[in-house]
Write a protein that binds this ligand. Structure first.
Ligand code: NDP
Ligand code: GDR
Length: 351
């Protein structure tokens, strides 16, 4: 019999990639999605998988809806990817972020414990939990945690609650400490997609300038398609544990700009980029670079897409998307519509 999985955050970047992966493995996939005034299914449409999964109504803020979803899905595996995931917004909405990213996880753990106690559980933990803490400039599973944003603090609470439920109730709970991972369907407000979108627009003559914050921040950027494989592998092990998932390299925002503009043949990119202090965070993380040795040794996991290939993939997707927007012909027009709308909102909110 095929396995069944419940994915929260199914409408997000990782949710869409994970759905695609699990459908390919023959899983019956249930996706939890919250009610919005306009359905947000563009990423699932991008992979043409909306009709291949069952979407269940639910919200991490609503205990009853989580219980109902777990009872309905009877999952063998639960992947908790839902979150208010934009770090900058966590300073303007710290309480909502804590409710969703912190207490929301406990609500879900309670529902799983009550109605699917044998399900394996994955929690989307994050490298943000390290803050500026490091061991010789890098982070692994042993590095001290010192979160520096309301987002990271809520995630740290959820991380320890997931471990606590494992230790207290013998649940099969794993936390993946994932470093930044990106793709052509990354949210438009994250710096990588903001850059690749702007680069394509500048190349096509649709935009003049790109305004950014801290160009010196360094991140360990990988490809989302690779990272969801690590999530799945964690739940296939005999023992539930924590794993760092990263490429083991770091690059600055400046490096990302240079590579993205370079991908469309623009070398004098600095003349298109300005600094706007609205994008500087109240507390910044200078450098994140993971050591994924445990994931490599125990899970046999390795990233396949390099930094250069990731940037190239994202820039090419933007060019294709913007061109098909002009002809209004492809499925991707949905994506364009949403991204345009989001960009307008972002402008209004100054994020
Ligand atoms: P996205 O922001 O793309 O997706 C977040 C998802 O959570 C969306 O489906 C969103 O739904 C959903 N969501 C938000 N609030 C609620 C709520 N109250 N109830 C139910 N669902 C909700 O994030 P990613 O896919 O990039 O990340 C997936 C997870 O991994 C997140 O938990 C993130 O914090 C974590 N993470 C991400 C990393 C990355 O680099 N991408 C690195 C480390 C951790 P809607 O569409 O309705 O907004
Ligand atoms: P991050 O991703 O905060 O690392 O969280 P983001 O892409 O937002 O920022 C990365 C770095 O770029 C700097 N930066 C800018 N960021 C944005 N968004 N916009 C700008 O204009 C800009 N200019 C410079 C930021 O200051 C930061 O240093 C992501 C999310 O997916 C989290 O959910 C996840 O947990 C972590 O990655 C790991």
């Amino acid at each position: 019999m095929s396995k069944s999985a419940l994915i929260t955050g199914v409408t997000g970047q990782d949710g869409a990639y994970l759905c695609k992966l699990l459908l390919g493995k023959g899983y019956k996939v249930f996706g939890l999605a919250r009610r919005l005034s306009t359905p947000n299914l563009w990423r699932l449409k991008y992979f043409d998988i909306v009709d291949k999964i069952e979407i269940l109504d639910g919200d991490l803020l609503d205990q009853e809806s989580l219980a109902t979803a777990v009872k309905k899905a009877k999952p063998d595996e639960v992947y908790n990817l839902a979150a208010q995931s934009f770090v900058a917004t966590s300073w303007t909405q710290p309480i909502l972020t804590s409710e969703i990213d912190g207490l929301g996880v406990v609500r879900l753990l309670n529902a799983v414990r009550s109605f699917a106690p044998h399900a394996k559980f994955y929690q989307a933990s994050t490298s943000e939990m390290y803050g500026n803490s490091h061991t010789n400039g890098k982070q692994d599973e042993q590095t001290a945690l010192h979160p520096r944003s309301p987002y990271a603090i809520a995630k740290l609470y959820a991380h320890w609650m997931t471990i606590n439920y494992r230790e207290s109730y013998d649940m099969f709970n794993c936390c993946g400490i994932l470093f930044n991972h990106e793709s052509p369907i990354r949210g438009i407000e994250f710096v990588t997609r903001k850059i690749t979108d702007a680069v394509a627009r500048i190349k096509l003559g649709l935009q003049d300038k790109l305004l950014l914050g801290n160009l010196d921040a360094r991140r360990d950027w990988g490809f989302a398609g690779d990272y969801v494989e690590a999530m799945w592998l964690m739940l296939q092990q005999d023992k539930p544990e924590e794993y760092v998932v990263a490429t083991g390299e770091n690059h600055s925002v400046r490096d990302f700009c240079s590579a993205a503009f370079g991908a469309v043949g623009i070398s004098d990119w600095e003349k298109y980029v300005g600094i706007d202090k609205r994008y500087i965070r109240p507390a910044e993380l200078n450098i994140l670079q993971g050591i994924p040795n445990k994931a490599t040794e125990r899970l046999g996991w390795k990233p396949k897409v390099t930094f250069k290939e990731l940037v190239q993939m994202m820039v090419e997707a933007e060019l294709k998307r913007l061109s098909s927007n002009r002809s209004h012909q492809s499925l991707a027009s949905n994506l364009i519509h949403d991204s345009e709308q989001l960009k307008k909102e972002i402008k209004v909110k100054n994020i």
